[in-house]
Each structure stands twice: as C-alpha cells, then as structure tokens.
Design a protein around this ligand. Sequence first.
Ligand SMILES: *Cc1c(COP(=O)(O)O)cnc(C)c1O
Length: 643
Amino acid sequence: MNTPLTPWSIDDAENTYHVKRWGNGYFEIGASGDIHVIPRYDQPDLKINLREVVEEINTSGIQLPVVVRFHDILRSQVELLNETFRDTIRAANYEGQYFGVFPVKVNQMREVIEEIVDAGSRYNYGLEAGSKPELIAALAYNTNKNSLTVLNGYKDEEYLRLALLGLKIDRNMIIVIEKYSELIKLIELSKKLNVKPVIGLRVKMMVKGRGKWEHSSGERAKFGLSIAEILNAVAYLEAEGLTECIKLLHFHIGSQLTDIRAIKEAVQEASLIYSKLVKQGVPIEYVDVGGGLAIDYDGSQSTNDSSCNYSLSEYVSDIVYGFKQNCDLESVPHPHLVSESGRAITAHHSCVITNVIGEIHPSGTQYSTRKSTGEHIIVSNIRELEQDLLDSEQNDNHQEIYNDVVQLKSQAMQAFKLGIFTLDELAKVETMYWRILNLIQQQMQEVDFIPEDLNDISQMLSSQYLANFSVFQSAADSWAIDQVLPIIPISRLNEKPSKLCSIVDITCDSDGKIDKFIGQESIADNIPMHALKADEDYFIGLFLTGAYQDVMGDMHNLFGRLNEVHIVSYDDDPKDFYIEEVVKGSSVDNVLSTMQYTPAIMAQVIKKDIDVQIARGKIKPREGVNLIDFYEDCLDGYTYLKQ
Ligand SMILES: *Cc1c(COP(=O)(O)O)cnc(C)c1O
C-alpha cells in the first residue's frame, strides 16, 4: 500500500497508537521508533528501550513469549497511591490516616507481593486476602506490625483459626464479616482460643458501581450484610460484651469503576452509615472503601468499560473530602481510611512480549484464472469486471463493481451447490473476487469520499497476524469480558505501518484472537501494523497485563505459564536496566504432569516402540537413539512455538 519512504513521524505513530494516553507516564514512543519504558514516576529521564530488553532476553536464550515485569513500576504505583492519600489528607486537614492494603487476588505472584510489601513498608501498606490460601500467604509475607491485613471472602473454621493465629502473633488482622453466620462461628472460636477478634462489617451498599462489575453491590450482591443484619450483629456483639471488637466498616461496589459519580455516591452512603453507627456507640476506627480504582486501558478517559473518567488524585480527593465533610456535618471523628486498590497498583507493571510468526490473508493465494473453453458464464463475467477495473484509470463506479462482484460470488456458490460449477471454476472466482476487492481498495485511496459499503472492504482485506501466545493464558479478560488491552508493535514505530491487522493466537480455538484495538475515535476491529520481513522478527507487546491477566490464565491447549523476566532499572548501566531474575515458564513435562500424566513412563512407551522398530530393522539404532532423545528434549522444552 505505502512505500516505507512515505513521510511519517513519531507524532504520527503516537496519533495511531495513543501510547501516552494509556501509558500513564510509564510508556512512550522513542525517537528511534522503539517503545521506551519510564519505570520511575520521579525519574522521567530514566528510560529503558523495550527493544533492547527483548534483545537481551534473546541473547540470554530465553524463549518468547515472555512476561516482562518492571519492578520499578510496581514500586512507583505503591508510592503514588500512598503519597496521594498522604498529601490529600494533609491538605484537607483530615484527622485520620490512610492504611491501604493490596488485594492479593489481583496478582498473587510471590515476587509481586514481596515488592509491594517492601515498597509499602514505610507507608504501613498492608495486604488483603480473600481466601484461605491467600491468607496463608499474607500471614507469612505481611510481617509489618503497623500495617493491616484485611480478611474478606467466605470463611470456614480453618480460615477463622488462621486469622486468630495472626492476632496471637501481633498482626493487625481485621476479620471482615461477609455473612452473618461467620460472626457466630468467629465468636465461638475466639472464646475457645481465648483471642479477642478484630471485626470488620461489610455492608451491602445500595449504590451500584457502573461497568462490568456492577453486580458487586445492591440488594442481590453476593457479599455483605444488609442494614438489618448490621444492626443485629451490633446487638449480638453488645450482648456478648464485645462491642469494642468492631473496628472497621467495609464496602466494595465493584472493580474498574468507570464513572467517578459511583464513587462519590458510595462515599456519601458509607459515611452516613459510619456516622450513625458511631453515634450509636459502635467504636469503628476504619472505613474500607474496597477496590474499584480503575485503569484507563483504552486511553479514552471515558466511561467506556475499559476506561474511566477520573484520575488517581480525583479519586483520592473524593474519598478524603467526602468523608471529612459528612463526618464534620454529623460531628463524628474522621475514620482512618483503607482502600483495597489492586488493579491500579499492578496493571502497568507487566506486559507480554511475543513475536508474529505468520500472516493469514484471505486474498493471499493466487490460482491461475486463465480462460478455459466452455467455462461457466459467471467466471467470464467476473473476469470482465476485473478487466474493466484494470482498463480505466479513473473509475467512478466502484460501488457498482463491488455490488456486482459480491453478487457474482454468491451466484457461484449457489451454482456449485447445484452441481453445475466445478471446483476449478470456484477457485478462479475466489481468486478474482479478492483481486477485485484489492483493486477497488487501491483505487479508492485516491478519492475523497468513500461510500459506507466500501469502507468494509478494508476490514475484509485486513490481515490476521499469527502471534506466538495464547489469549486464554495471557489475556483472559479479553476473551471472557471483551476487555480492551493495548497491543502494539514495540519497534519500527518510526516507519509508516502499511496494513490493517487483527491478532490471532496459536491455540486451536477460533476464540483465540484479539479484534478489539484502541482506534482513532472508538474501539477498532483492527490496528495498523508493519509488513513482516523475511529476515527480521516482528515483536508485539500486550500491555497493562499486570492485574488479573497475569494470574487468571488457563491451560487451554496445555500452553501453560510464560517465561518471565524481571527488569530492574539501574542508572549506572549503559542500557539503564538489568535482568534481575528469570522465572521459567511451563515445560511440556510440567503441564502434562498437572494433568496427571507421568512423562517418564510416556518416554518409556516411545522407547519401547522405537526398539521394536530397530529390532525389525526399520529404524537404524543410531536414528532410534536420536528419536528418543528428541522426544525427551521436547518433554523438557517450552510449550510455545520455537522461533
Ligand atoms: C477484587 C476485590 C478488590 C480489588 O479490586 P480492584 O478493582 O482490582 O482494585 C478489592 N476488594 C475486594 C473485596 C475485592 O473483591
């Protein structure tokens, strides 16, 4: 379509891929046409070239696809969230403090949890657990005596015992009651074990979040206590002489809250409930506003499902000033504030880098369309259409030719079904049909006005780039809930892209594709990419995968977990970074073992059958040894495609 010489600037690339809009300051397109990562929010001059990261990954012998984790981004986000709360609290003369907790379910990787706890230690930033395994991890990793461990999720006796164990070793465990019966169980156990529980009450809020997770609140919400249940709980604890154990009021109206108005309304509702309970003598010290702080994945700053219409500082201000105002009006103390922001802490810090291994193009195949004697009239008609297009320099009847060729193609299909059209004729029609669409597309580039139907042609002619990854492993929400994740080439951005593409993965599943991209105005079906070169890898990055995507992947087609590379920025290094750690992804042996296979026995079966063939003389002994070695090497190897 376009020659590489067409003028094209980095600004044009930015206008095509909108990196600044979704990058949150962490990503930009460098002058060399490579994506640069700026991992520290307070060091804007420290830049890491992502192409150089991939080169180092390659020379270290690590196979793609890889998850690249930027630990500095993780730390930056922890600091930004905490600093923003601190600054806002100071500016507002708010009398409580901020005690954030990271919800472990958003990214349970040990290295992620360790980094967050470490970066958060000077802010007394804690952890939130929503299940027994997460609690067991939180107990061992949140050892800071001054931070909170907030316990959500449904709880059995073991879960409650673990929480009480935490209290015994001086951890600030807050056991949030999601369901009335948990309270009865908890009080029984705490008497038996002689530990005073620290209780949070999760309230079922009336206000609904907006977006994909709006069912997290409202009367039919899965979690939380109604107002009647809250009052019953208070009365019950009073009767037990345990009122002083109620320390926290909790709500969570959903993840990825796209509209700031939902947050304002929730703060209003929760601060009133808090105030009334305090006036009634319930000694609540903390209000936990849950998660929901959204990420602008598509960069549109809108209430789209994959976006949000507010910034971090607006979110924090609405919470701090909202509580201050309502508490002052009600003359109750300002509570300490807790948030369980997970997505916002981790989304930016990791991305998936992979290579495009091929192109699937509907019009890619050529077949001889030479006229044969006695050919069907439909074939001759299409040939004439093509000739018309080729003959005329200036065509103004593209729409007519398009209508005709679409109709002829459908007639050809019918004729074939009736048995009066040969396979050879069908192949000719197909070939000429795509050639005609290509010609129309080319000629349309010179005209100003493009009729609507003809706009679809570029969609029909777009390529599918086959990328070495699994959507089910690396972009679960893209498949499950149509989440938009930025996906762009990581280099050659100083070169004008020459084709429109969508992305397909290597699973044997037609759902294994990405066809939602950040477009000019709205979400687009495809994205401009560069033509593949025979002698050069084409790397693409799937960004903002650090929240949920990193850990929700499944075993579809047994691809399993990706190789991981942890990058740490280092100013004194010529490239400003080093690879701190490599975590090997799944080997074939790993994924098969997970599914109850025994790889060693499988290798023996193959060896036995090879030996039989050797005995029969069908396989030479030396070749037999190589074959079994090869099978065993593949068992040890990575599950994804080799470059
Ligand atoms: C999932 C969840 C969170 C995390 O929400 P984000 O939107 O990712 O910040 C926080 N609290 C509770 C109770 C949750 O279930």
